[in-house]
Design a protein. Structure first.
Length: 362
Protein backbone atom coordinates (compact mmCIF):
# COMPACT_ATOMS: atom_id res chain seq x y z
CA UNK A 1 0.00 0.00 0.00
CA UNK A 2 1.31 3.41 -0.90
CA UNK A 3 2.23 5.56 2.02
CA UNK A 4 -0.45 8.19 2.89
CA UNK A 5 0.58 11.74 1.98
CA UNK A 6 0.84 14.56 4.55
CA UNK A 7 -2.29 16.18 3.10
CA UNK A 8 -4.25 12.91 3.40
CA UNK A 9 -3.20 12.39 7.02
CA UNK A 10 -4.21 15.96 7.89
CA UNK A 11 -7.64 15.59 6.25
CA UNK A 12 -8.29 12.31 8.07
CA UNK A 13 -7.29 13.78 11.45
CA UNK A 14 -9.50 16.84 10.89
CA UNK A 15 -12.51 14.67 10.04
CA UNK A 16 -11.95 12.58 13.17
CA UNK A 17 -11.81 15.68 15.38
CA UNK A 18 -14.97 17.13 13.85
CA UNK A 19 -16.79 13.84 14.34
CA UNK A 20 -15.77 13.70 17.98
CA UNK A 21 -14.88 10.03 17.83
CA UNK A 22 -11.84 7.92 17.07
CA UNK A 23 -10.15 8.08 13.67
CA UNK A 24 -10.93 5.12 11.42
CA UNK A 25 -8.88 3.74 8.51
CA UNK A 26 -10.01 4.80 5.08
CA UNK A 27 -12.35 2.29 3.39
CA UNK A 28 -15.36 2.16 1.12
CA UNK A 29 -17.64 1.17 4.03
CA UNK A 30 -20.54 3.54 4.70
CA UNK A 31 -20.18 5.20 8.10
CA UNK A 32 -23.04 6.42 10.30
CA UNK A 33 -22.75 8.20 13.65
CA UNK A 34 -25.37 8.16 16.43
CA UNK A 35 -25.67 9.71 19.87
CA UNK A 36 -27.36 7.60 22.54
CA UNK A 37 -28.23 8.59 26.12
CA UNK A 38 -27.50 6.19 28.92
CA UNK A 39 -27.15 6.00 32.70
CA UNK A 40 -24.44 4.64 35.03
CA UNK A 41 -24.88 1.00 36.11
CA UNK A 42 -27.48 0.30 33.42
CA UNK A 43 -27.82 -1.38 30.02
CA UNK A 44 -28.48 0.66 26.89
CA UNK A 45 -29.55 -0.95 23.61
CA UNK A 46 -27.59 0.37 20.61
CA UNK A 47 -28.84 -1.54 17.54
CA UNK A 48 -30.39 -4.73 16.19
CA UNK A 49 -29.45 -6.27 12.83
CA UNK A 50 -28.78 -9.61 11.10
CA UNK A 51 -25.01 -9.27 11.55
CA UNK A 52 -23.21 -7.20 14.21
CA UNK A 53 -19.44 -7.15 14.75
CA UNK A 54 -17.87 -4.94 17.44
CA UNK A 55 -14.66 -3.40 16.13
CA UNK A 56 -14.18 -0.55 18.59
CA UNK A 57 -14.48 -1.11 22.34
CA UNK A 58 -15.20 1.71 24.87
CA UNK A 59 -12.78 2.77 27.60
CA UNK A 60 -15.42 1.86 30.22
CA UNK A 61 -18.41 -0.42 30.00
CA UNK A 62 -18.94 -3.84 28.42
CA UNK A 63 -20.53 -4.34 24.94
CA UNK A 64 -22.60 -7.52 24.66
CA UNK A 65 -24.10 -9.26 21.60
CA UNK A 66 -27.47 -10.87 22.28
CA UNK A 67 -28.60 -13.28 19.55
CA UNK A 68 -32.24 -14.18 19.10
CA UNK A 69 -33.10 -16.17 15.99
CA UNK A 70 -31.60 -14.45 12.93
CA UNK A 71 -31.21 -11.09 14.71
CA UNK A 72 -28.37 -9.81 16.89
CA UNK A 73 -28.71 -6.93 19.37
CA UNK A 74 -25.76 -4.84 20.58
CA UNK A 75 -26.09 -3.76 24.21
CA UNK A 76 -23.66 -1.66 26.29
CA UNK A 77 -23.55 -2.38 30.01
CA UNK A 78 -22.14 0.65 31.84
CA UNK A 79 -20.25 0.62 35.13
CA UNK A 80 -21.61 1.89 38.45
CA UNK A 81 -19.18 4.79 38.83
CA UNK A 82 -19.02 5.62 35.12
CA UNK A 83 -19.53 9.31 34.29
CA UNK A 84 -17.59 10.05 31.10
CA UNK A 85 -19.05 9.62 27.62
CA UNK A 86 -17.75 6.64 25.59
CA UNK A 87 -17.64 5.45 21.98
CA UNK A 88 -18.76 2.03 20.72
CA UNK A 89 -17.89 1.11 17.09
CA UNK A 90 -19.72 -1.69 15.30
CA UNK A 91 -20.00 -3.10 11.79
CA UNK A 92 -23.49 -4.23 10.74
CA UNK A 93 -25.13 -5.92 7.78
CA UNK A 94 -27.99 -8.21 6.76
CA UNK A 95 -25.92 -11.37 7.32
CA UNK A 96 -22.40 -12.45 8.18
CA UNK A 97 -19.73 -12.84 5.48
CA UNK A 98 -17.18 -14.19 7.97
CA UNK A 99 -16.76 -14.35 11.76
CA UNK A 100 -15.27 -10.85 11.70
CA UNK A 101 -17.16 -9.17 8.85
CA UNK A 102 -20.68 -8.61 7.49
CA UNK A 103 -21.95 -8.58 3.90
CA UNK A 104 -22.46 -5.05 2.52
CA UNK A 105 -21.17 -3.67 5.81
CA UNK A 106 -22.20 -0.36 7.37
CA UNK A 107 -19.92 1.17 10.01
CA UNK A 108 -21.97 2.56 12.91
CA UNK A 109 -20.32 4.69 15.59
CA UNK A 110 -22.25 5.24 18.83
CA UNK A 111 -21.44 8.06 21.26
CA UNK A 112 -23.03 7.02 24.57
CA UNK A 113 -23.57 10.05 26.84
CA UNK A 114 -24.23 9.31 30.49
CA UNK A 115 -26.68 11.19 32.74
CA UNK A 116 -27.06 10.72 36.51
CA UNK A 117 -30.60 12.17 36.65
CA UNK A 118 -33.54 12.03 34.27
CA UNK A 119 -34.02 14.99 31.97
CA UNK A 120 -37.17 17.04 32.29
CA UNK A 121 -39.41 17.08 29.25
CA UNK A 122 -40.76 20.28 27.73
CA UNK A 123 -44.28 19.09 28.51
CA UNK A 124 -43.41 18.74 32.22
CA UNK A 125 -41.87 22.22 32.25
CA UNK A 126 -44.93 23.72 30.57
CA UNK A 127 -47.27 22.00 33.04
CA UNK A 128 -45.26 23.09 36.07
CA UNK A 129 -45.10 26.66 34.78
CA UNK A 130 -48.88 26.83 34.33
CA UNK A 131 -49.50 25.32 37.78
CA UNK A 132 -47.02 27.63 39.51
CA UNK A 133 -48.40 30.74 37.80
CA UNK A 134 -51.87 29.74 39.02
CA UNK A 135 -50.41 29.31 42.53
CA UNK A 136 -48.78 32.74 42.33
CA UNK A 137 -52.09 34.34 41.34
CA UNK A 138 -53.92 32.57 44.20
CA UNK A 139 -51.24 33.65 46.71
CA UNK A 140 -51.49 37.27 45.52
CA UNK A 141 -55.28 37.16 45.81
CA UNK A 142 -55.06 35.74 49.35
CA UNK A 143 -52.59 38.44 50.39
CA UNK A 144 -54.75 41.20 48.91
CA UNK A 145 -57.93 39.85 50.50
CA UNK A 146 -56.51 39.50 54.02
CA UNK A 147 -54.62 42.80 53.88
CA UNK A 148 -58.01 44.36 54.69
CA UNK A 149 -58.06 42.49 58.01
CA UNK A 150 -54.36 42.56 58.84
CA UNK A 151 -54.16 46.34 58.27
CA UNK A 152 -57.35 47.00 60.25
CA UNK A 153 -56.64 49.24 63.22
CA UNK A 154 -58.79 47.17 65.58
CA UNK A 155 -56.96 43.99 64.53
CA UNK A 156 -53.57 45.64 65.11
CA UNK A 157 -54.55 46.97 68.53
CA UNK A 158 -56.22 43.91 70.05
CA UNK A 159 -54.15 41.08 68.57
CA UNK A 160 -50.57 40.62 67.50
CA UNK A 161 -50.88 40.40 63.73
CA UNK A 162 -47.73 38.36 63.07
CA UNK A 163 -48.86 35.63 65.47
CA UNK A 164 -52.33 35.27 63.94
CA UNK A 165 -51.36 35.72 60.31
CA UNK A 166 -50.02 32.16 59.88
CA UNK A 167 -53.05 30.20 61.19
CA UNK A 168 -55.51 32.50 59.38
CA UNK A 169 -53.67 32.25 56.04
CA UNK A 170 -53.16 28.47 56.40
CA UNK A 171 -56.84 27.82 57.18
CA UNK A 172 -57.97 29.98 54.25
CA UNK A 173 -55.48 28.42 51.83
CA UNK A 174 -56.56 24.93 52.93
CA UNK A 175 -60.22 25.84 52.30
CA UNK A 176 -59.39 27.11 48.78
CA UNK A 177 -57.29 24.04 47.95
CA UNK A 178 -60.06 21.65 49.00
CA UNK A 179 -62.86 23.69 47.39
CA UNK A 180 -61.22 24.04 43.99
CA UNK A 181 -59.28 20.74 44.16
CA UNK A 182 -56.05 22.65 43.49
CA UNK A 183 -53.34 20.19 44.54
CA UNK A 184 -50.09 21.89 43.52
CA UNK A 185 -47.78 19.21 44.94
CA UNK A 186 -49.61 16.32 43.29
CA UNK A 187 -49.81 18.16 39.94
CA UNK A 188 -46.06 18.82 39.95
CA UNK A 189 -45.26 15.23 40.92
CA UNK A 190 -47.51 13.93 38.16
CA UNK A 191 -45.78 16.23 35.64
CA UNK A 192 -42.20 15.33 36.60
CA UNK A 193 -42.79 11.66 37.43
CA UNK A 194 -45.71 10.48 35.27
CA UNK A 195 -44.96 6.85 36.00
CA UNK A 196 -45.43 7.26 39.76
CA UNK A 197 -49.22 7.14 39.46
CA UNK A 198 -49.81 10.34 41.47
CA UNK A 199 -53.36 11.67 41.10
CA UNK A 200 -54.03 15.34 41.97
CA UNK A 201 -56.60 15.92 44.70
CA UNK A 202 -56.50 12.40 46.16
CA UNK A 203 -54.23 12.99 49.15
CA UNK A 204 -54.80 15.22 52.17
CA UNK A 205 -51.05 15.41 52.83
CA UNK A 206 -50.20 16.86 49.39
CA UNK A 207 -53.19 19.20 49.69
CA UNK A 208 -51.91 20.37 53.08
CA UNK A 209 -48.44 21.02 51.63
CA UNK A 210 -50.06 23.03 48.81
CA UNK A 211 -52.01 25.05 51.39
CA UNK A 212 -48.78 25.74 53.30
CA UNK A 213 -47.10 26.99 50.10
CA UNK A 214 -50.02 29.33 49.33
CA UNK A 215 -50.13 30.52 52.96
CA UNK A 216 -46.44 31.41 52.66
CA UNK A 217 -47.48 34.13 50.23
CA UNK A 218 -46.41 35.18 46.77
CA UNK A 219 -42.76 35.46 47.89
CA UNK A 220 -42.62 31.70 48.52
CA UNK A 221 -44.19 30.81 45.16
CA UNK A 222 -41.90 33.31 43.45
CA UNK A 223 -38.92 31.57 45.07
CA UNK A 224 -40.03 28.28 43.49
CA UNK A 225 -40.41 29.94 40.09
CA UNK A 226 -36.95 31.48 40.47
CA UNK A 227 -35.33 28.19 41.49
CA UNK A 228 -36.82 26.42 38.46
CA UNK A 229 -35.52 29.19 36.21
CA UNK A 230 -38.91 30.61 35.20
CA UNK A 231 -38.16 34.01 36.79
CA UNK A 232 -35.00 36.00 37.52
CA UNK A 233 -33.90 36.25 41.12
CA UNK A 234 -34.97 39.26 43.15
CA UNK A 235 -32.82 39.64 46.27
CA UNK A 236 -34.74 40.74 49.34
CA UNK A 237 -33.12 41.10 52.73
CA UNK A 238 -34.53 39.47 55.83
CA UNK A 239 -36.05 41.90 58.38
CA UNK A 240 -33.02 41.71 60.67
CA UNK A 241 -30.65 42.26 57.74
CA UNK A 242 -32.75 45.24 56.64
CA UNK A 243 -32.51 46.57 60.18
CA UNK A 244 -28.73 46.21 60.11
CA UNK A 245 -28.42 47.94 56.76
CA UNK A 246 -30.63 50.75 58.04
CA UNK A 247 -28.25 51.18 60.99
CA UNK A 248 -31.07 50.75 63.50
CA UNK A 249 -32.10 48.65 66.51
CA UNK A 250 -35.44 47.56 68.02
CA UNK A 251 -35.87 48.50 71.68
CA UNK A 252 -38.79 47.71 74.02
CA UNK A 253 -39.36 48.23 77.76
CA UNK A 254 -41.59 46.02 79.94
CA UNK A 255 -42.56 47.57 83.28
CA UNK A 256 -44.12 45.56 86.12
CA UNK A 257 -45.69 48.04 88.52
CA UNK A 258 -48.74 48.51 90.79
CA UNK A 259 -49.46 51.80 89.06
CA UNK A 260 -49.43 52.93 85.47
CA UNK A 261 -45.86 53.84 84.55
CA UNK A 262 -44.53 56.11 81.85
CA UNK A 263 -41.49 55.23 79.73
CA UNK A 264 -39.39 58.21 78.69
CA UNK A 265 -36.77 58.43 75.98
CA UNK A 266 -34.49 61.33 75.10
CA UNK A 267 -31.97 61.59 72.31
CA UNK A 268 -28.79 63.23 73.59
CA UNK A 269 -25.65 64.53 71.97
CA UNK A 270 -22.53 62.42 72.18
CA UNK A 271 -21.10 62.89 75.69
CA UNK A 272 -17.43 63.56 76.39
CA UNK A 273 -16.89 59.90 77.31
CA UNK A 274 -18.73 58.59 74.22
CA UNK A 275 -15.85 56.24 73.39
CA UNK A 276 -16.25 54.57 76.80
CA UNK A 277 -19.99 53.89 76.39
CA UNK A 278 -20.37 50.26 75.28
CA UNK A 279 -22.55 49.28 72.35
CA UNK A 280 -25.48 47.22 73.61
CA UNK A 281 -25.92 44.08 71.51
CA UNK A 282 -28.41 42.10 73.61
CA UNK A 283 -29.52 41.00 77.07
CA UNK A 284 -29.15 37.57 78.69
CA UNK A 285 -31.83 35.61 80.60
CA UNK A 286 -34.50 36.87 78.21
CA UNK A 287 -37.82 35.26 79.20
CA UNK A 288 -39.82 33.75 76.38
CA UNK A 289 -43.23 35.42 76.03
CA UNK A 290 -46.33 33.44 76.95
CA UNK A 291 -48.88 32.39 74.35
CA UNK A 292 -51.22 35.09 75.64
CA UNK A 293 -48.54 37.74 75.08
CA UNK A 294 -47.73 36.36 71.61
CA UNK A 295 -51.33 36.44 70.39
CA UNK A 296 -52.73 39.44 72.28
CA UNK A 297 -49.67 41.54 73.07
CA UNK A 298 -48.53 42.75 76.50
CA UNK A 299 -50.15 45.87 77.99
CA UNK A 300 -47.18 46.28 80.41
CA UNK A 301 -44.78 46.53 77.49
CA UNK A 302 -43.87 49.57 75.38
CA UNK A 303 -44.68 48.87 72.59
CA UNK A 304 -47.10 45.98 73.27
CA UNK A 305 -45.39 43.94 70.50
CA UNK A 306 -42.37 44.46 68.31
CA UNK A 307 -40.04 47.31 69.18
CA UNK A 308 -39.32 51.01 68.78
CA UNK A 309 -36.85 51.66 65.98
CA UNK A 310 -33.82 53.63 67.19
CA UNK A 311 -30.78 54.81 65.24
CA UNK A 312 -27.65 52.84 66.10
CA UNK A 313 -25.33 55.83 65.63
CA UNK A 314 -27.11 57.98 68.24
CA UNK A 315 -27.14 58.12 72.04
CA UNK A 316 -30.27 57.79 74.20
CA UNK A 317 -31.41 58.14 77.80
CA UNK A 318 -34.33 55.98 78.91
CA UNK A 319 -36.20 56.01 82.21
CA UNK A 320 -39.48 55.00 83.85
CA UNK A 321 -41.69 57.47 85.75
CA UNK A 322 -44.49 56.51 88.18
CA UNK A 323 -47.55 58.69 88.81
CA UNK A 324 -45.95 60.13 91.98
CA UNK A 325 -43.13 61.53 89.79
CA UNK A 326 -40.62 58.98 91.06
CA UNK A 327 -38.04 58.24 88.35
CA UNK A 328 -36.22 54.93 87.84
CA UNK A 329 -33.57 53.83 85.42
CA UNK A 330 -33.93 50.61 83.40
CA UNK A 331 -32.17 48.64 86.14
CA UNK A 332 -34.97 49.53 88.61
CA UNK A 333 -32.77 51.96 90.57
CA UNK A 334 -34.38 55.21 91.75
CA UNK A 335 -32.78 58.33 90.29
CA UNK A 336 -33.40 62.03 90.88
CA UNK A 337 -34.46 63.05 87.38
CA UNK A 338 -34.61 61.65 83.86
CA UNK A 339 -31.40 63.58 83.07
CA UNK A 340 -29.56 61.26 85.49
CA UNK A 341 -30.50 58.12 83.52
CA UNK A 342 -27.64 56.15 81.97
CA UNK A 343 -26.76 56.82 78.33
CA UNK A 344 -27.26 53.93 75.90
CA UNK A 345 -26.24 53.24 72.35
CA UNK A 346 -27.29 50.15 70.40
CA UNK A 347 -25.68 47.88 67.82
CA UNK A 348 -27.19 47.80 64.29
CA UNK A 349 -29.73 44.98 64.07
CA UNK A 350 -29.97 44.52 67.86
CA UNK A 351 -33.35 43.66 69.43
CA UNK A 352 -33.36 44.67 73.11
CA UNK A 353 -36.13 43.95 75.66
CA UNK A 354 -35.64 45.73 78.99
CA UNK A 355 -37.62 44.41 82.01
CA UNK A 356 -38.15 46.69 85.02
CA UNK A 357 -40.01 45.70 88.20
CA UNK A 358 -41.24 48.66 90.32
CA UNK A 359 -43.64 49.42 93.13
CA UNK A 360 -45.46 52.71 93.69
CA UNK A 361 -44.77 52.37 97.44
CA UNK A 362 -41.00 52.16 97.00
Amino acid sequence: MARMSWVGRTALLTAALLLGGPALPQSSTTTQTFQVRGHPDASVELLTDGCVVVNGYPAKGTPKLLREGEKTTLVLRTEKDQTEDVWVLAQTGSKAASPTACESPVQKNFLVTLRHSPEVSQEALATSFNVLVAALVLALLLESAFALIFNWRVFQIYVTGKAWRTPIMLASAWLIVRTFNFDLMAALMAAYYPGAGVKPGHGWHTSLLTAMILAGGSAGVNRILTTLGFRSQLIKDEPKEELKKAGAAWVAVKVTSDAQARVQRTEVTAPANAADIPVLVGLTKARKPSLREIFFGDSDRVPTSGGVKLDADKFYQLSVVLPDKTVYDLQGTKIATHADAPVYRFAPGATIDFRVTLSSAS
